[in-house]
Design a protein around this ligand. Structure first.
Ligand SMILES: [Zn+2]
Ligand SMILES: [Zn+2]
Length: 183
């Protein structure tokens, strides 16, 4: 859905959308499962910049809640993860600040985004917000054993043959021996 200032001139746009799975490409380790409902509203905010210059900003407030699959950081299996969030953001036409140059950027304006001439894409904003909301690390379970670094076997399913069940003391010694040898 593209939102343009023209649409908002007379009244706010209140929307209830569902972004189908597969429409948005998030990142290699995240997949949207099923449609992602997004509800919210868009308002026009006209900035007056003197010299009768007006900038048509779009304020977008919305909430989303949907099902995703993230990859376990250790075993790389997909982990069902519900994600939800809401945001309240201001978007300015890209051209407005290109002409004004750097001086219009003040520290409290860093949250301002930009929209292209064709309009503001709701999907693009949601995609970015979803990515920002991701947990820093996902595990399928707290004690996930991960993959064998040698053969790639998922050690949650079964142990592989290349992990010797040696006493940690001996493996520490073996490690020491190999460093002595290689030096
Ligand atoms: Zn795992
Ligand atoms: Zn192995």
């Amino acid at each position: 859905m593209l939102i343009t200032p023209l649409q908002l001139e007379k009244e706010s746009l209140v929307f209830e959308e569902a972004i189908p799975a597969g429409v948005l490409e998030y990142a290699p380790d995240i997949t949207q499962v099923g449609p992602l409902p997004v509800t919210g509203r868009a308002d026009l905010i006209v900035e007056h910049r003197g010299h009768r210059e007006q900038v048509a900003d779009i304020r977008l407030r919305a909430a989303y809640e949907g099902s995703f699959e993230l990859l376990c950081a250790r075993c790389v299996e997909p982990v069902p993860t519900p994600l939800k969030g809401n945001f309240d953001l201001i978007f300015r036409p890209q051209a407005a600040d290109a002409e004004a140059g750097e001086r219009s950027i003040t520290p409290d304006e860093t949250e301002i985004g930009y929209y292209e001439e064709s309009g503001l894409s709701l999907e693009d904003v949601v995609r970015e917000q979803v990515l920002l909301s991701l947990p820093s690390r996902t595990l399928c379970k707290e004690d996930c054993k991960g993959l064998c670094p040698r053969c790639g076997q998922n050690l949650n399913l079964e142990p592989c043959n290349c992990t010797p069940t040696a006493d940690p003391k001996w493996s520490a010694l073996a490690g020491l021996a190999s460093t002595v040898k290689s030096s």
